[in-house]
Write a protein that binds this ligand. Sequence first.
Ligand SMILES: [Cu+2]
Length: 158
Amino acid sequence: MTNKVIYKEAAAALSVLAILAGLPFLLWYWRNVYVPGKYPPGTQIIHLTAVADGGIWTRDPIVGYSYWWKTPTRVKEIELKQGSHVVLFLSSPDVQHAFSLPNLHVGPVPVPAGHTVEVGFTADHTDELNFACTQVCGRDHSKLAGQFVDSQSRSAQH
Ligand SMILES: [Cu+2]
């Protein structure tokens, strides 16, 4: 092989590696650095994905294979700081869901299949902050429910 071919081979191999390592990094960067940087400091950013199969709200990122290969971690309780501004990123990997948090007058917010919807609210109080899916999305629809709890009163109990 001539030197030129070897350089081309090396460049091709390096660009494949750059893509393989770079895409996960970009996804991580977007979620953990870029998006939080758009909001005032102290904003609580919460990613929630509704999975119809099993009726699971999860904070796990659901990307392709993870929907079929493993059961996402079910989230029943999410800690909030009273008074803080909260931004929810609600995603659906499967069918249309809807998010409702009646005691803070949030929703119902439709979450179409394959989309991520952004919802902001201020946690003026933290009493009975039950949230749920309010659109019948499958046989496990009724399990798509959870609660926001005050992180301060939580740490006081322990
Ligand atoms: Cu539902």
